[in-house]
Ligand binder design. Sequence first.
Ligand SMILES: [Zn+2]
Length: 306
Amino acid sequence: MLRNPHPLRQQGWGGCQTNMGVNGYLELRDLKLSIPMRGRARTWGKPTTCTIFLSNNKWYASITVNCVPERQTGTEAIGLDFGCKVAIATSNGEFIEAPKFQAKAAQKVKQLSKQLRRKRRPEKRKTRASRRWLQAQTLISKVRRKVANQRHDWSHKVAAQIVSSNSLVATEKLNLKDMTRKGKGKRKRQKAGLNRSLLDVAIGMTKDAIKYKVIEAGGVYLEAPTQKLKPTQRCVKCWQTTKKTLSGSVHICKHCEHQEDRDINAAQVMLTWARGQELSSLDVEPPSSTNCGNMRQLGALKRQKT
Ligand SMILES: [Zn+2]
């Protein structure tokens, strides 16, 4: 069955093998069958692990490879400000809209949850879930999975686009755990809504994606200390701070009367700060050989070593 025998087979490596990461076949030794594969790895290397797992009624094979990732990048520099109304504001004066996948799927989840409530749910040692309950549950997890996939896809696309032309990326340090902490008292419901929209943008995921992509491309990724720099209050023209309330969306400097959108000004401040950092003092390393693949597997690899 195997169309392209791979040298790894002769080495007797593991339980599976592939065809250089481009489609090809996966052979499971114990099952004695070759499974045609779809998709391709961006960079291929020596496979180290292969995990077969079932997720949402679909089977996946995840392969980690030891490789030197390559990525093209431009020579420009950019500052990025993350928010919830507009997902990202750049120092070039552009806005990247938040896709709101969660908000769009909320209606559907609500509808399905209602159906779920009307079916017999499992109770400990008393009753088993009805077939219909299980079916409804599967439908809900399908919608949730789709939202997660969409968000993941969006994060990586945006990050790849940003990194493709910028080799210096400046953002600010954000404490997402504190930012999305549960609200108390009167503001509880309001805060819950804000948290939902903050989490829907997946700031953390997008930032992480940008970070590793920039480093992979041999560029520089810098995070400004928010407390010290105060990018939302500082003016990019005269470097003085103007106190602001959360509601105002325009930056008007009281020292030099410079006017700019609040988020764009913040992004520009971050970029100026990053340019001022002495680049030689930063450790700019060329990307070394790393393990690429599924996050869960990489975590397992790390644990093995320690
Ligand atoms: Zn000013």
